[in-house]
Ligand binder design. Structure first.
Ligand code: ZN
Length: 265
């Protein structure tokens, strides 16, 4: 059978930097760039779907919370990096985006939601609850979200997220065609959702910092442990990612560096 999704388009929408010496035990000083990745999925029947929305320059206008975020996570973003601008350059209007899947609500994933008023926004029930009962440790800067945010939501509840099961996890088949399987990957953020596309490619959001970090969660220093919502869950899922990788599933994380714009399936 032919794939319903034939390719994923990658956009680098701003970045932050971190010193790997503070991330991994026994690592030498190395300042590494972590891009904020956005993935554009073209579904043959449903149209364009975005997986996350990257940074926006609003990250510099968030008062003391934003300043603190920038201190621990030096952030670089210009207008031209924003996904709304980059899509227009690719000839795609913001209003053509039918759905946005938000893995979680950290600032490097929700920066440009406000440009997509026509899109239905898909989040997990846990993510919605963290948004409603916002606490500083959830790292949700709701000032970045538009007023109409709640009106556009499709909330995937926990019952739905366990409707199906494969070798790796329980999932929800978003369009009932096996093209996009949503699964909850706790650890980094409560209720984070990731997607298995066409059973070949896994959009892993922040379930790992990148392919080079898969299987290394046990080597994390205090700083990266501290910023995960639940380190125990993070380590369990790190092992799962390792298994998927060994099985030949392509893992695409939000903060990996990509040398190609189009990832063929
Ligand atoms: Zn995050």
């Amino acid at each position: 059978m032919q794939n319903i999704i034939k390719e994923i388009r990658y956009y680098n929408c701003g970045y932050c930097t971190n010193n790997l010496k503070l991330v991994l035990k026994k690592h030498k000083k190395e300042i590494k760039v972590f891009p904020a990745g956005v993935f554009l999925i073209k579904h043959q029947k449903k149209g364009y779907i975005l997986f996350d929305t990257g940074y926006s320059t609003e990250i510099y206008n968030l008062g003391w919370k934003g300043k603190l975020y920038n201190l621990f996570n030096p952030t670089y973003v210009e207008k031209s990096d924003q996904i709304n601008i980059q899509l227009e350059k690719s000839g795609i209007k913001c209003d053509e985006i039918k759905y946005i899947i938000l893995s979680h609500l950290h600032p490097d994933h929700i920066g440009c939601v406000k440009y997509f008023k026509k899109a239905k926004i898909i989040i997990s029930e846990d993510t919605f609850n963290t948004y409603k009962n916002n606490k500083i440790r959830y790292l949700i800067f709701d000032k970045l979200l538009p007023k109409w945010f709640e009106n556009n939501l499709i909330i995937i509840d926990d019952k739905k997220l366990v409707e199906g099961k494969n070798k790796y996890f329980e999932y929800y088949d978003l369009f009932k065609d096996n093209s996009i399987l949503l699964t909850k990957v706790n650890g980094h953020a409560l209720g984070q959702i990731c997607c298995l596309i066409e059973n070949k490619l896994f959009l892993g959001a922040d379930s790992s910092w990148g392919n080079e970090f898969v299987g290394k969660a046990n080597n994390f220093r205090i700083f990266p442990r501290f910023i995960q919502f639940n380190m125990k869950d993070y380590i369990v899922n790190d092992t799962l990612l390792e298994t998927m990788k060994k099985d030949g599933i392509e893992l695409c994380f939000s903060h990996d560096t990509y040398d190609k714009e189009v990832i063929k399936l």
